[in-house]
Design a protein around this ligand. Structure first.
Ligand code: GLU
Length: 456
């Protein structure tokens, strides 16, 4: 069996950290198993879906490095949904209903008042074929509901409750009582098919073997298992991962806008750091940086995912990003640096990577190296002496040691009293990369000028 998974966002907004978790878990699962990863755009809600969001989702996935093997768009597949609806109608599993929203609201209010759960009462099932034909002939447009049952509806209403059970890769055995659910609307009165339905048709047509998604879909899964059955198919394997919550323990939903791929990217965070964080939160593995998606794939086993929510803390993501940068070679970040407008050398990267938490911070060190920079002169005499002792270029990693030894011998100043004023004069900062590495990058002309208190 070829493993086949899909990531199915609706193009009604940008991807955020919650979607990224679903996307990366799918991608890694495909990678581990030599399977394929599909991007499916769930865009049947035409009023909210836009091509601009679809394009943004593609761009976000590309930036993350989550390449997909195939792509489908639900709006291209309406004929397939119609054909599947015909199958369901013929099997008596899809039935027309004519209640207006107001009417349904009133019924639910009455049920609540009587202490009953507000479940659709299946009144429409009592309509005769003639009554249905008359109402349609009179111009009424039905919406269509799935008859939820484990028995043959032609034998009358099934006795409830009806339990749907499956083995979830993450959550173990799951049981949902579909008797507590309303028969879901699969097709709106305007003919638009709804996600619950289109998703199943797609998963069948594209031979999806594993549905990996957030645990907010657990109830949907019970309904969709029914739908797979009604369409004469076995349901794929399900894996419902836990959702992310904020560091404060609250749902992330309201803050997801700030946690879009777009904004994480604008912060200068590395896609790999974002992916390691999104995939490893709420697992038994330590949330650690991995230098490639393959290394990460080797660590993430869906069966070992915890059911506890992953606590997302942007400060931890930033720290993870810093740890990742400290270990990555220049070629792993060169494209992203170029995207930020930076062209830098290997020597520069190796000098500064241990001192940055995001790639954006490269800018500050480029200013230190290339100037102009106003030096901070703490000990003017020391700096003047040091300027006089600067050796001629070319400079290398040994220059700093030789030069400061000469300054020490000439002044008797050593240790911090020597190094700190030199660092302030050369970088205008209290701390930073090793001066041994920075000195040749700054170059003699600028070093000399700064030691003399000049902006250079
Ligand atoms: N479009 C659905 C969502 O974003 C897809 C859910 C699924 O994976 O089936 O929630």
């Amino acid at each position: 069996m070829t493993i086949s998974v899909r990531f199915a966002p609706s193009p009604t907004g940008r991807l955020h950290i919650g979607n990224i978790r679903t996307a990366v878990l799918n991608w890694l699962f495909a990678r581990r198993n030599g399977g394929s990863f599909m991007l499916r755009l769930d865009d049947t809600d035409r009023s909210r879906s836009t091509e601009a969001f679809a394009e943004a989702i593609r761009a976000d996935l590309k930036w993350l490095g989550l390449v997909w093997d195939r792509e489908a768009r639900q709006s291209d597949r309406l004929a397939r949904y119609e054909a599947a609806a015909t199958v369901l109608k013929q099997a008596g599993r899809l039935y027309p209903c004519f209640e207006s929203e107001d009417e349904l609201d009133r019924r639910r209010a009455r049920q609540r008042a009587r202490g009953l759960p507000p479940i659709y009462d299946r009144a429409a099932l009592k309509l005769t074929p003639d009554e249905i034909a008359q109402r349609i002939a009179a111009g009424e447009k039905p919406h269509w509901r799935l008859f939820l049952t484990n028995t043959d509806p032609s034998r009358g209403l099934a006795p409830l409750p009806t339990l749907v059970t499956w083995q979830d890769v993450v959550r173990g055995e799951q049981t949902v009582d579909i008797g507590s659910l309303s028969d879901p609307v699969l097709i709106r009165a305007d003919g638009t098919p709804l996600y619950t339905f289109t998703s199943v048709v797609d998963d069948l047509d594209f031979a999806i073997t594993h549905i990996i998604r957030g645990e907010d879909h657990v109830t949907n899964s019970a309904v969709q298992i029914q739908l797979f059955g009604a369409l004469g198919a076995e349901a794929p394997t399900f894996a419902h991962h836990s959702l992310l919550i904020g560091a404060d323990g609250q749902a992330l939903s309201k803050r997801l806008g700030d946690l879009s791929v777009e904004s994480l990217r604008a912060e200068g965070l590395e896609p790999l750091a974002v992916l390691c964080h999104a995939a490893l939160l709420g697992t038994s593995e330590a949330v650690a940086p991995y230098a490639s998606l393959d290394e990460l794939a080797a660590r993430v086993d869906l069966a070992k995912l915890s059911r506890a929510p992953g606590r997302f803390d942007i400060a931890e993501l930033r720290a993870l990003n810093a740890r990742l940068l400290h270990m990555l070679p220049l070629d792993a970040v060169a494209d992203h640096l170029a995207g930020l407008g930076f062209a830098i050398s290997t020597e520069f990267w190796e000098a500064v990577r241990g001192n940055i938490a995001t790639l954006g911070e490269v800018r500050a060190w480029l200013e230190v190296v290339n100037g102009p920079l106003a030096p901070r002169i703490e000990d003017a005499n020391l700096c003047a002496t040091a300027a006089g002792l600067l050796p001629p270029e070319p400079w290398n990693a040994e220059t700093w040691g030789a030069w400061t030894a000469a300054v020490r011998d000439a002044t008797g100043i050593k240790g911090r009293a020597l190094f700190h004023p030199l660092r302030l004069a050369l970088t205008a900062r209290e701390a930073g990369p090793e001066l041994r590495a920075l000195l040749p990058l700054i170059g003699r002309t600028r070093v000399e000028a700064r030691l003399k208190g000049q902006t250079a």
